[in-house]
Design a protein around this ligand. Structure first.
Ligand code: ATP
Ligand code: MG
Length: 573
């Protein structure tokens, strides 16, 4: 390809509203342009990278035995009503009407459509297992579309769905997708971790993993063990210390009354204020938070330096809705304004975190305005509380799996997600097959997503330097950039065209910078667009010599024509 003809509008500066590095680079290198918030056009370079990513995904899906299909983006609302998701999906679901006033959605995901398809086309256990996938545009009216392709409203996803006769079959299908995901992200040059994730109310054992690209801009936090392979989304990450996990049965053995100390703490409500007032660390306090779980007040009791993990609480209580109680409710159940809640005397269900139960004693709210109580002993005063893991894991926590290593927290971008659905959709949409003994059974399903366009951004978050993009070769828009220093010099141009032709013949995607620009401009653009290998054809062209620059390494090396071509055809860059 000749660069003079290529629509590659590079920018010296990224627009100021582009916060993420990947977003800045994509705008500066002319990969994408925005049409509306979260909605983008892929320009030629961006489209080429996206196609390479798609191709890697396709090859690995095919290798795993999945079959490619293409489903419609436009989906009748009735299907969503049947699955029960039409009402609960919320404002992210794009809804529209046709000329007959029939309601439709623009698919944010395709469980409904695929289940309806398989319901009518697959009827016997003999056809199972079956995994179908597509690479297709999805629509989600995200509340905060941002960071370019990282959170779009229209984006490219690979979504696969498996259908099995039983849970063992699902486990095999799931494992095969899980392994394919490892291969895909590795081939894309991504630094990633697969992590255990929260499956909510469905999913069964080992129900879901997310694939996280490690990047500071990531919206997720993951906890990773330093010693074993344990890694989990913070939503789900457990923690363990031998002491914290064993709850002592000290009920009755200690005197209840004697030790409590009353402290006058006027207007001192926050942990930061308490630590100042008492001159103690936050871990000396017992924090009592009043929540509404499906409308009913409960108290969650954690150590002062910890944060409640609402997902863990919700799962423990099998609640579908959990929210912090309003002021009025808090006053009603504690008899005091917010900030003075404590476990003693509370008449509502209490959930106490293991780390609180491991404390010898602490300071808690007194359920009385302007007072706290000292010497509250969890063994004694929280003996009736429901013990559990209700807080976020923290850096340095002991690993819950091996109890040897400690946890480190990283930020991650969710690029993929594998999920055991079980019969959630096959039951609601009545998708059944005939099993070997002649009875109708709902399919056991799994679903597997990769955000292909988000993946592009995630790779860029990890692969750049101060001068621009540094593409991993497997997904680079072109592998080689041939740059004649002076296009007016026929010797240089002839040689540059000769090299380009030879490389294209050899199956190496090559871009020829035939623009009549100053060398500095050309090199700057070349660094910015990040093609892995640059061949500069300059003043030594007449002797058949050129310069090679591997974008990643940065050094420039002079060599002969044939040597340059064989290096470019090889795989050492
Ligand atoms: P998130 O938590 O980031 O909103 P999700 O859990 O809603 O993602 P899934 O429903 O699991 O996402 O979708 C499968 C994959 O699609 C995700 O792993 C992610 O890579 C990608 N994806 C989801 N939402 C978006 C979006 N708005 N823009 C780009 N990619 C997305
Ligand atoms: Mg997800």
């Amino acid at each position: 390809m000749r660069q003079s003809q290529l629509l590659m509008p590079t920018l010296r500066e990224a627009p100021s509203d582009a916060e993420a590095i990947s977003h800045q680079l994509m705008l500066r290198a002319g990969l994408i342009r925005q049409l509306a918030a979260g909605i983008y056009t892929y320009l030629p370079l961006g489209r080429r990278v996206l196609r390479k990513l798609e191709q890697i995904v396709r090859e690995e899906m095919d290798l795993a035995g999945a079959q490619e299909i293409l489903m419609p983006a436009m989906q009748p609302a009735e299907l969503w009503q049947q699955s029960g998701r039409y009402e609960i999906y919320g404002p992210e679901l794009m809804r529209l009407r046709d000329r007959h006033e029939r309601e439709f959605t623009l698919g944010p995901t395709h469980e409904e459509v695929i289940t309806a398809l398989v319901r009518s086309e697959v009827s016997s256990y003999r056809q199972l297992p079956m995994t179908l996938y597509q690479i297709q545009t999805k629509f989600r009216d995200e509340k905060r579309p941002r960071f370019g392709l990282l959170r779009g409203r229209e984006f490219l996803m690979k979504d696969a769905y498996s259908f099995d006769a039983d849970w063992e079959g699902l486990h095999r299908s799931y494992t095969s997708m899980y392994e394919a995901y490892h291969r895909i992200f590795t081939r894309c040059g991504l630094y990633f971790r697969s992590v255990e994730a929260d499956a909510g109310s469905i999913g069964g054992e080992g129900g879901t993993h997310e694939f996280m690209a490690l990047a500071d801009i990531g919206e997720d936090t993951i906890a990773v063990c330093s010693a074993c392979s344990y890694a989990a989304n913070l939503e789900k990450a457990e923690y363990g210390t031998k002491k914290q996990l064993v709850r002592e049965q000290a009920k009755g053995e200690k005197e209840l009354s004697a030790q409590l100390e009353r402290h006058h703490t006027p207007d001192i409500k926050k942990i930061e204020q308490l630590t100042d007032e008492f001159g103690l660390g936050a871990d000396s306090f017992i924090k009592t938070m009043i929540y509404l779980a499906d409308g009913k007040p409960i108290a969650i009791i954690i150590r002062g330096d910890h944060e409640v993990n609402e997902i863990k609480v919700k799962n423990k209580l099998s609640a579908s809705h959990l929210e912090l109680a309003d002021q009025a409710t808090t006053e009603l159940v504690t008899g005091a304004p917010a900030g003075f809640a404590g476990p003693i005397g509370l008449q509502i269900p209490m959930l106490a975190d293991f780390a609180v139960l491991a404390m010898d004693s602490g300071i808690a709210g007194a359920n009385e305005k302007d007072f706290h109580l000292g010497n509250v002993k969890p063994d004694v005063h929280l003996a009736e509380a429901l013990a559990g893991d209700y807080r976020n894991a923290e850096a340095g926590d002991c690993c819950p799996r091996c109890a040897e290593g400690s946890l480190t927290l990283y930020r991650g971008i969710e690029v993929g997600h594998v999920f055991k659905l079980g019969t959630k959709y096959s039951e609601s949409l009545q998708a059944k097959y005939l099993n070997a003994s002649g009875s109708m059974q709902p399919f056991i399903m799994g679903c597997y997503g990769i955000g292909v366009s988000r993946l592009l951004s995630a790779v860029l978050e990890q692969h750049s330097d101060g001068n621009g993009i540094v593409w991993p070769r497997s997904i680079a828009p072109y592998q080689v950039h041939v740059v004649p220093v002076s296009v007016k010099d026929p010797v240089q141009m002839d040689l540059a065209m000769h090299i380009t032709a030879r490389l294209n013949e050899g199956g190496v995607d090559t871009l020829l910078d035939d623009r009549d620009e100053r060398p500095g401009v050309k090199f700057k653009d070349s660094d910015l667009i990040g093609i892995p290998l640059r061949i500069v054809v300059g003043k030594h062209a007449a002797e058949g010599a050129v310069e090679l620059k591997v974008r990643k390494a940065g050094e420039i090396q002079k060599c002969g024509l044939e040597e340059a071509i064989s290096f470019a055809l090889g795989s050492e860059y």
